[in-house]
Design a protein around this ligand. Structure first.
Ligand code: 8X3
Length: 245
């Protein structure tokens, strides 16, 4: 039986991944901060799901947790979030630094600590980046910067792991309707609903299916990066400011 270690399983893409992999006969070790949700997921998924309470911003605990794990075939670095989309000149610094702790430092600490384990199993690493890694937008510089780090970390890690058989993939979704925008907007469900209204956005299950597909490809095949958007999302042009003469 294969084992996946998935971070951030208490909602959204992480939760959908836990369900998808357990449903396909994998053992899943899933982390999250919210005890009640972990408990509910454990009840739903049964003995092949092991819940681990973990805050990815607590780097020392992340390292300790990763050191004690049994052999892992797949690491899904899913945990992460975005802070409010305020222009940096108007934004509070503390939430931004906290987001970098989770989205960047926690991910690096976990991956580094699990590498000997994954090299032994010739496993796979799937990192959740974002379209924001490649396309800037107003109010997104911190989140986009963190996700650009994840993308480039993933590609560089492929070079480091050359010859080990370990596969590494950056998954880069656009609009997925989860708690992502509720969290980004400080708990404002109505503004999240408005953001996704009429878009027919991607679902957490869409991304979980993609991750499952990537993870179960033949071992000689590596998807380096995979960008996904709902059909109704694409790109805007450059913003041009023309000061009045
Ligand atoms: C977030 C992607 O398109 O919702 O990772 O800003 S988008």
């Amino acid at each position: 039986m294969k084992t996946a270690f998935i971070t951030g399983v208490t909602a959204g893409i992480g939760e959908a991944c836990a369900k998808r992999f357990v449903g396909d006969g994998w053992r899943v070790i899933g982390t999250g901060r919210r005890t009640e949700r972990l408990k509910a997921l454990a009840e739903e998924l049964g003995e092949n799901f092991t819940p681990v309470e973990l805050d990815m911003s607590a780097t020392a605990v992340v390292i300790e947790t990763a050191r004690d794990l049994p052999p892992i075939d797949l690491l899904v670095n899913n945990a992460g979030y975005a802070t409010k989309a305020d222009p940096l000149q108007d934004a509070d610094l503390d939430p931004i630094l906290g987001m970098i702790d989770t989205n960047v430092k926690g991910l690096v600490a976990l991956t580094r600590t699990l590498l000997p384990n994954l090299i032994l199993t010739k496993g796979a690493i799937i990192n959740l980046s974002s379209v924001a890694a490649s396309y800037p937008y107003r109010g997104g510089c911190n989140y986009a910067g963190a996700k650009a780090f994840v993308r480039q970390f993933t590609l560089g890690l492929r070079c480091d792991l050359q010859g080990t058989g370990v596969r590494v993939t950056s998954i880069e979704p656009g609009m997925v309707e989860t708690e992502f925008t509720v969290v980004r907007n400080g708990g404002d469900q109505a503004s999240s609903d408005a953001f996704y209204a009429g878009v027919d956005p991607m679902t957490a299950e869409d991304i979980a299916s993609t991750i499952h597909w990537v993870a179960t490809l033949p071992p000689h095949l590596n998807i380096n990066s995979l960008e996904l958007m709902p059909v109704n999302q694409s790109w805007a042009g450059f913003a041009i400011h023309r000061p009045e003469a």
